[in-house]
Every structure is written in C-alpha cells, then in structure tokens.
Design a protein around this ligand. Structure first.
Ligand SMILES: *Cc1c(COP(=O)(O)O)cnc(C)c1O
Length: 392
C-alpha cells in the first residue's frame, strides 16, 4: 500500500529545476482560495506587475501561462504563426529544434539557421537568411541554450529581424533573472520563460510577454489559434487588465502564490544584484574547476554563468560520477544531451542554487569522487582558487 511520499533533500545543480527557497515552499502551502476570489485576482495583478519588472517591459500582455516552459513556447508559436507563415529559426542546441517543431505543427514553414552546439547564433548567417527570405514574418532563437550553456546576442538578433520587418520570438527560459533580459530595450516581441530555472520557483508555470506588435498580429489572425487552451484571445479574458475576469481554466492557485513570492524576492534583491550574484558564483566555480584541470565547452564571450558545460576528464565515466554525487552527496548535476552525452557535465548555478556554499560543496564533492577514481585532475587546489574569487 502506498504511503506518503517523502522526497530526499537534494542540492540541485543541474539544468533545472533549481533549489527552491524555503520562503517559496512555505508560500505554496498557504490556504487555497477560489481562482476568482477578489483577493486572488488582486494577487494576479501583482504577479503581472512583478513579471513586467523581471522582464524589463511595459508590455500589458505579461502573464504566467498555467503550464511549464514548453507551454510558454507553444503559446508564442501557436498564437503568432499562422498557416503558411515563414519563420527563420536559429538553432544551436536542443531547444532551437523544438522551436522548428512548433513552427511546423502550427502550419508554418521553418527556414533553419544552424550553428554548432556550444556556439552562439551567428549574426552573419541570420542576416543572409533574412536577405534570402524577404517573405519571412518571424525570427526565433534561444537566448540561453541550456543544452550547451551558450548565450546569444539578443540585441543583435532583434536589430536584424526588425530591419527586415520580422517579429522576434525569444526563448528566455534559462536567462530570465540569471543574466540580463531587457524585453523593451531589445525589441523582443514574444518571450517565454520558466519558473524552475533562475526564478527558483517550483516547476510548472511559464511567464510570457508580448509586444503591442505581436498582440496586433494575434488579434488580426485569419484563422483561429489551433490550441483552445493556449489561445491568448481567450486567456486574456481571464488575465486581462481591468477586464471582468471570466472563467477560462482554473489557475494553479498555490503555484501562483509561489511565483508571487519568488518575484517579490527577486524585486527585493534587485535584478542587477541577481545578475551579479550569478556572475560571481560562476567565476568562483570556474576558478575551482580550471584549477582542477577541467575546461569549459563554450568560449568565454558566450558563456552562461547559470549553466556551466564542462568537459568530462579523459577516462572518467560520466554516469558513475553523477550517480555517486547523487547517492553519496545528494547532489544533482546535469548530463550532456545529444552529441554531448558522455562528454560534458552541465553544472547549474541558477537562482537559489547560485550560492557560494553550493559552489564549494560541488567542487569538494567532484574532487572527492573523481579523486577516488584516480581521475586525471589536480587535487587540493580547487577550493583555494574558488575562495580567492570570493575574497577578492
Ligand atoms: C527548461 C527549458 C525549456 C522547457 O521548459 P519546461 O519547463 O521544462 O517545459 C525550454 N527552453 C529552454 C532553453 C529550457 O532551458
């Protein structure tokens, strides 16, 4: 007979979910109220305001979709892509491939701009694709490729796209709250994110934001959005500004308490301080790993501080190291995906996981496990190197 489920207490340093702050877990357990209760509706308005801050936007249509990041992705594509639309998709990892799939399922055609895994999107290739496809309506890209740890130049992509009169869809699932995401300054038209990466909230919600240009396109569609649940024309009846709220679906009430709490914490910390914290902990982890003799997959200029893809030392068995970290230290780090499987680890320093004690813990645990396996690493130097970053 099943009994209560009591999960182990882990330290989450993979590609997400990240550690959830106790304040957020506490918020989650507050009493459930009706999803049209005036008190709840007032909280929803605060969530929208706080998300505008996180996204650095005045976009009115800034809401959390009631489902994980992948649903935020679908929301962007099913609402903006009409059958026959041509979309230029920049792919440099796993998640760009999902954007292509979304374009095609929405009845559009995808023109691919391909870059190697671990590289940022090449602006020259994008420009060439825009010139060769003057009928393209949308450009999409992944700002922070969690499969590789590479960040692309959102500002450069936006400038090219708008010059060619295209809307821009950006995947900011891993970047939001970890590195700058400036929706208005960068002219991004549709952006989706997730709650379980640098917001350090529980998984299952997807903040999205849409520019006025994007909203115009959605309102003037020739055909109905093929997904009833994700049709923003309907969702806005529930989340819309000032409008009388009408039932569309039952919002995940408690999960939204948690998101509200995580956004209050982000506002209290300040976005810039959050970005700096992610940068500093990355520097310390990097110093420790490099002292150990471990190198990074992504070139310095495109490296994400919140997702560190590092090369597994020669002869070291990927799965047994990760298994021992999990079983002996309750520490989760991420495996490589696709061609990078077995070649890299993905060490996440996202949100509440991005703390000095986690950096030191992860370096110690890696050294302990690999040391015992007689892996080719330098021993006894990583912690001093990491600590030097904090003391500087
Ligand atoms: C995690 C992630 C997603 C998907 O989010 P889910 O919440 O897992 O659906 C999409 N894009 C990127 C870049 C991600 O890192």
């Amino acid at each position: 007979m099943a009994v209560s489920f009591n999960p182990p207490v882990r330290t989450l340093m993979g590609p997400g979910p990240s550690d959830v702050h106790p304040r957020i877990l506490e918020a989650l357990s507050r009493p459930t109220i009706g999803h049209l209760d005036p008190e709840f509706v007032a909280m929803m308005d605060e969530v929208k305001k706080l998300l505008q801050y996180a996204y650095q936007t005045d976009n009115e249509l800034t809401i959390p979709v009631s489902a994980p990041g992948s649903a935020g992705m679908e929301t962007c594509f099913v609402n903006l892509v009409e059958p026959g639309d041509k979309v230029i998709v920049c792919q440099n990892g796993v998640f760009g491939g999902r954007q292509k799939e979304n374009v095609e399922r929405a009845g559009g055609s995808a023109v691919m701009v391909m870059d190697d895994w671990g590289e940022a999107v090449d602006l020259a290739k994008l420009e060439q694709a825009l010139e060769q496809n003057p009928d393209a309506k949308i450009v999409s890209f992944v700002h922070a490729e969690t499969s590789t740890g590479a960040q692309s130049d959102a500002n450069g992509i936006w400038e090219l796209a708008h010059k060619h009169d295209c809307l821009v869809i950006a995947d900011c699932v891993t970047s939001l709250a970890g590195t700058p995401v400036k929706v208005d300054e960068w002219g991004l038209d549709a952006v989706y994110s997730g709650t379980q990466k640098c917001l350090s909230c529980v998984p299952g919600l997807s903040p999205v934001t849409f520019s006025e240009r994007a909203v115009e396109k959605i309102k003037n569609r020739q055909s109905k959005v093929q997904s009833w649940f994700l049709d923003l024309n309907l969702v806005m009846g529930y989340w819309g500004e000032g409008a009388k709220r009408s039932y569309h679906h039952t919002a995940p009430v408690n999960a939204l308490y948690a998101l509200h709490e995580s956004l209050v914490m982000l506002r209290d910390e300040g976005l810039e301080n959050a970005w700096n914290r992610h940068a500093q902990n990355h520097q310390a982890l990097k110093a420790g790993l490099e002292a150990m003799g471990i190198s990074f997959l992504v070139e310095k200029s495109a490296r994400l501080p919140q997702l560190n893809s590092v090369m597994i030392p020669q002869g070291v068995d990927d799965a047994s190291v990760r298994g021992r970290l999990l079983n002996e230290f309750n520490l989760e780090i991420g495996a490589g995906l696709g061609d990078l499987a077995g070649k890299v680890w993905r060490i996440g320093l996202m949100g509440h996981s991005s703390r000095p004690e986690n950096v030191i813990f992860c370096l110690s645990a890696l050294e302990a496990v690999m040391g015992e396996m007689n892996a080719p690493i330098n021993k006894g130097v990583a912690l001093t190197a990491a600590q030097a970053v904090y003391s500087a």
